[in-house]
Structures are given as structure tokens and as C-alpha cells.
Design a protein around this ligand. Structure first.
Ligand SMILES: Nc1ncnc2c1ncn2[C@@H]1O[C@H](COP(=O)(O)OP(=O)(O)O)[C@@H](O)[C@H]1O
Ligand SMILES: [Mg+2]
Length: 511
């Protein structure tokens, strides 16, 4: 099978660590100039494969040919000489050095040239930046740059070394939606220049957007190789998890028409304007729209973290003033903020402290001296119930994977049983397995009578979980879909169109 246009042929690769079979008989071929996605859930062996091809680690058994040449037990230098470059997650840049130095240094070292010729350094760096069509000041220090730009510098450094094949290991983890878009464009640009990219991800949408071919790994085993055209995201999800993911649309089964929460004409200049909504027991009300539509700000206002200029909030028919999160919690409101906000709020604390934090609020009179056995028991129960993958309840939340952090926070609120539960983009960046579990929990809360507000960018997620939906655009409500309207067979397309255009169906269609 040694075709001439294969840049890497890895055959029957196995790798075992003490107690772990990270890869078991995995064969993968990477063609010149293709974008190959290596897809699989966390811990399935993706990074291990990269390290083996890059010569950072050696396989326990198997053969590797790079550019037709047998390279088994090769070193990192052998791989680099053969044109293989890896953008690892930590990027390995020198933070206190300039952009130009970081891009050029490895090339100069490889060529045995002095590291002092500023003219040559700048030329190498600006050529590499031009290749990907971005403009970053050559004299900027790495530490002044955003994560997204640092990543581009790491890519440029690889290009300066004449990479023929670039591995990118979960490159989008720390990026915003816009940054992901531009990174994916750059990856496609590299392909046009004949550079092969192995893009490693557990995120279906990214994989489906850029892959020419997809190799799925599960639990150290190769599940299959697929042309991107012969697989859809549902199948891909199935291959990755081994579980059928067929989301049933949520149906409210509660006949109470009373409003748990009612928001009337709420306005916060610059964030959102004249927002009204009504939430009943058992509702899962979707709040969708483009990034920046004002959804998070509205949620913060309801949770007492963003004082509105005008308008009213009612909880169970009573007009309320919510000045801070404590007021909100006392009224039975819970919030799982978006990923970035979690960072600031709870990350340095243990799972126990996080779960206990919400309960503490409820156990009055214990100020400072909460019964630690009781809190531990509750935390352990939460870990068990929500299948949070964690060593024990004292583990610090920041060391958990994104999905498990989200689950810990959901557990934290579940412990107190909020009447009104707001979740802001709770499944961004987490793997499909955890995602399905989070949907289950959300629907379970609602079935038990909680009113849920689900903020999400993902229309598929909204349609699967919500019985009513509000679409926001630029701080305004553009449409509210009723329970009846949500049953339309083309509801996904309708909402998608509206989210993109900000205009209700007919107007958008006329343009
Ligand atoms: N150096 C190591 N020592 C022991 N186990 C490891 C080591 N590196 C990875 N593993 C284990 O090998 C498996 C695959 O890990 P990895 O390749 O990092 O997965 P992925 O990149 O797909 O998330 C995991 O069970 C992981 O815990
Ligand atoms: Mg990995």
C-alpha cells in the first residue's frame, strides 16, 4: 500500500503505558496536501498518536513510513527533517521574546546560522506571516498577544521550517467562535499551498467543516477511515461515542400556566432593549441569536450581576429587585454561566466546595461552620449522580475537563433545586458524550417543574431541548416561537435563517 502520495503510513501502531493501552493496532495513512481530522473523545489516544509520529515517543509496536522511508523508532529531529511539525497545545513559544525571533529561531538553529542577523530574522518571519496572510507586528512580544495570535506564531514557526505536514492538537480549545473561524480558514489556506494538516478535535462541527478525510479513534482503537463526504455529524458522533445520538425534542408536560418568572420591558442600554419573557414550570425556554446579541447580559441582569436601566422582574407573581447573586439565589434562581465566566467564578475551589457553596446558602445558622461530613456526603452523591469524572470530591475544579466542570456546576445547583435555572451555552467545547448527559439533566430538571432558560448558539441544541424559543438580534427580541410553532418540521431551518439575518422568515426570504 506504499502509494507515492502518502506522506505518512503508520501501520499496526500500538502503545502501552503502565496500566493503559493508549493505542491498539491503529493504522493511519496521511496523504500529501489533505486535511485529515483525527476525531475521538477525550482520552481515546489522539495525542499519543501525534507524539509517536512526531518522534516524541516511540510506539510499543508497529511500523511507520514517512515520505516512503521506514522510520520506526525515529527521533523528533528525524520527524522534523522529514517535514513534520506539531503545534502542541502549550505552543512552546518563548513569551519574553519577539514575534520575529520566535518564528525564525528554530530555522536558524537548524541551518546552523547565527541568531543575531536581525535582517534575516525579520525576513523569515515576515515571509511566514505572509504565507498565512496575517499581520502581526514583528517586534511584539509573545506575552502581549492573544492566545489565537500566539497559535498563529507557532504555525508560522512551523512553516519557516518548511513543514509538509502540520499536526494541530486540539487547537481550538481556548479560542472564541470568531477566532475558530479564522483558524479554520488558515488551515484551508495551508492546504491550498500543498501542506497537509492533521487536525485533532473532538468537536463535530469543526471536523465537518474542514476535513477531507476523517479517522475516528475510540478507546485506543481505530473505528474507521471516512471521506468527509460519506459521513454526517450524527454518524460521526455515533462512531466517536459508540452511542446513538438521536435527540428527541423536549415536550413540556405541566399544565400550570402561572409565570415562575416574568421579565417586562427590561432595558440595559448597550446590552439589550425592551426584553420581555415569561417562564412557566417545566418550560425550557431557548434564548438564541448571534454572539453579542445580548443574551448573556440579560441572564446576568436576571441573576443580579448587571443592573438594568428600566423594566420589571416578577418571580412567582411578585415584583422583585435583584441587586446581586445572593438576592437571586434567595429567590430560587440558579445560573451556570458561560465557559469564560466560570473561570473567574469557581475554578480554584474543589468540587466539594463548589457543590457545598450552593447548599451553604440554604443552611442558615451554620455561618462558617458547616457540617463537613454532611457537605462531603452531598458532594459525593452529586459526583455519582452526575457521573463527574474526578478522583475525589477534594479535586480542584480547574483540573477537570470542560464537560466535567459544567457537570460539577450543574450539580452545584441541582443540590439546591432552583425554581428558575439559567444555563448559558452549557455545552460549548465539551464532548458529545457529556453533551447528551447535560441535555438529559436539563430535561429532567424541567420535567420536575423547574423553569429553565437555555442560552445557546447551536440551533440543533435549542430545537432538541426547548419547547419555546426567543431569538435575539442586536439586543432585541426579533421573534418568539410558541410551543405550536416549535413543532414545524422545518423549525431548525426557520430559526437558523432568523439567527443569521435578524429578520423574521418572510422579510429575510424577500431579500
Ligand atoms: N505519559 C503517559 N503515561 C500514562 N498514561 C498516559 C500517558 N499519556 C497518555 N496516557 C493515557 O493514554 C490514553 C490516551 O491519552 P491521549 O492520547 O492523551 O488521549 P487524547 O489525546 O485522545 O485525549 C489516556 O488513557 C491517557 O490517560
Ligand atoms: Mg489530547
Amino acid at each position: 500500500m506504499a502509494g507515492t502520495n502518502n506522506i505518512v503510513e503508520a501501520e499496526h501502531i500500538s502503545k502501552s503505558y503502565v496500566g493503559v493501552q493508549a493505542l491498539d493496532d491503529v493504522s493511519i495513512t496521511i496523504k500529501e496536501g489533505e486535511i485529515k481530522c483525527l476525531a475521538g473523545e477525550n482520552g481515546c489516544g489522539k495525542s499519543t498518536f501525534v507524539k509517536i509520529i512526531a518522534g516524541v515517543e516511540n510506539a510499543t509496536s508497529g511500523t511507520i513510513r514517512i515520505g516512503g522511508k521506514e522510520m520506526t523508532k525515529h527521533t523528533a529531529k528525524d520527524a522534523i527533517d522529514a517535514g513534520i511539525q506539531v503545534i502542541f497545545q502549550d505552543l512552546s513559544l518563548f513569551n519574553a521574546m519577539s514575534v520575529a525571533d520566535n518564528i525564525a529561531m528554530n530555522k536558524l538553529i537548524k541551518e546552523g546560522k547565527p541568531l543575531t542577523n536581525q535582517k534575516e530574522i525579520r525576513k523569515i518571519a515576515s515571509d511566514a506571516l505572509a504565507l498565512i496572510g496575517v499581520d502581526i507586528p514583528l517586534d511584539a512580544q509573545i506575552q502581549e498577544l492573544s492566545i489565537a495570535n500566539r497559535q498563529l506564531i507557532a504555525i508560522c514557526r512551523a512553516l519557516a521550517l518548511d513543514a509538509k505536514l502540520l499536526f494541530m492538537d486540539e487547537p481550538t480549545t481556548a479560542l472564541t467562535k470568531n477566532e475558530v473561524d479564522s483558524l479554520l480558514n488558515i488551515v484551508m489556506g495551508l492546504k491550498k499551498r500543498g501542506i497537509a494538516v492533521v487536525f485533532i478535535s473532538h468537536k463535530l462541527d469543526e471536523v465537518m467543516r474542514i476535513a477531507d478525510s476523517i479517522t475516528v479513534i475510540r478507546d485506543g482503537h481505530k473505528i474507521g477511515d471516512f471521506a468527509a463526504s460519506e459521513i454526517d455529524s450524527k454518524k460521526l458522533a455515533y462512531y466517536m461515542t459508540g452511542r446513538e445520538v438521536d435527540y428527541q425534542q423536549y415536550e413540556r408536560k405541566n399544565d400550570s400556566e402561572d409565570a415562575l418568572l416574568e421579565v417586562k420591558n427590561l432595558t440595559k442600554k448597550g446590552n439589550f432593549e425592551d426584553m420581555s419573557l415569561k417562564l412557566r414550570k417545566g418550560d425550557i425556554l431557548g434564548l438564541t441569536g448571534l454572539l453579542g446579541a445580548g443574551r448573556t447580559e440579560l441572564a446576568f441582569s436576571i441573576f443580579g450581576m448587571n443592573k438594568p436601566d428600566s423594566g420589571e422582574i416578577y418571580v412567582e407573581g411578585k415584583k422583585v429587585t435583584i441587586n446581586n447573586p445572593d438576592d437571586a439565589i434567595d429567590l430560587g434562581i440558579g445560573l451556570v454561566p458561560e465557559e469564560r465566566a466560570i473561570q473567574g467564578l469557581f475554578l480554584s475551589k474543589s468540587v466539594n466546595e463548589n457543590v457545598a457553596a450552593a447548599i451553604l446558602k440554604r443552611i442558615k445558622g451554620f455561618l462558617g461552620s458547616i457540617d463537613s461530613n454532611r457537605s462531603r456526603e452531598l458532594s459525593r452523591k452529586a459526583i455519582d449522580q452526575f457521573r463527574i469524572k474526578v478522583y475525589n470530591e477534594d479535586t480542584v475544579i480547574s483540573t477537570l475537563s470542560g464537560g466535567n466542570q459544567q457537570k460539577a456546576l450543574i450539580a452545584r445547583w441541582a443540590a439546591t433545586g432552583p425554581k428558575i435555572f439559567i444555563l448559558d451555552t452549557p455545552t460549548v467545547g465539551i464532548d458529545i458524550g457529556s453533551k447528551a448527559e447535560i441535555y438529559e439533566y436539563i430535561q429532567q430538571f424541567a420535567a420536575e417543574g423547574t423553569g429553565v432558560i437555555l442560552i445557546s448558539d447551536e440551533v440543533e441544541e435549542i430545537v432538541a431541548n426547548c419547547n419555546r424559543v426567543i431569538v435575539m438580534f442586536d439586543g432585541h427580541k426579533v421573534k418568539e416561537y410558541t410551543e405550536e410553532e416549535m413543532k414545524a418540521p422545518d423549525i431548525k431551518e426557520q430559526i437558523n435563517r432568523l439567527v443569521e439575518s435578524g429578520k423574521p422568515g418572510k422579510e429575510a426570504a424577500q431579500e
